[in-house]
Design a protein around this ligand. Sequence first.
Ligand SMILES: [Mn+2]
Length: 236
Amino acid sequence: MTTKPLIGITGKRRKGEDLRGSLRVMSALSFDVFWVDYAEGILAAGGIPVFLPLGIEPKEIINHLDGILMSGGADISPELYGADPEPGLGAVEPIRDQFELDLLDVAYEREMPIAGICRGLQILNVSAGGSLFQDIPPHAVRDKPPTARVHEVTIEKGSTLEGLYGSKAQVNSLHHQSIDRVGKEFLVTARSADAGVEGIEHESLPIIAVQWHPEMLDTRDSDPLFKWLVDKAISS
Ligand SMILES: [Mn+2]
């Protein structure tokens, strides 16, 4: 039996007071949170998911991993792409920002396969020197279940994403930020009808990312993004 690849999944940090049912005496303590659907997608694709606590030193964990899934979450601090906060900016998580940027630095050095989802796409872009629109309110659809496919994406012919999803896909859309300036060495390979960036891939490294949430769709367990990441993690 071949060893299944280990896929690191990023998460977020919260306080005990934010956790319903936790004891008041634990209000000031921290906990790291990971949405299970990312792990389920990786499991279904044949990988072993491992959640990465935010206290890990990226260069110490990287040699244990075969691939990385950059997950969704809060807004990225605009100062990281040289912008001032705008009124529509949501909550930011500087600790997570720094952890993920450091993790990407060491992952790039090792040319590790990486997939990004939502915020994961955005942090990949910022890491590569790109910038974001801080708020695009007409685009997100948050009054329907996260399984609802609310807009189409058109995918670039010949791209990795086209190989996975075909030339058109119907997707969910929960994001209120999107890519403005594209980071260096990334190609935009999926767009929405309102011209928003919905997918990017690296010119030469095994890195792809989407703005939608495949882990929330009813196709999660057969989604090609997770399969791509696990297969790349096996072969590289
Ligand atoms: Mn969208």
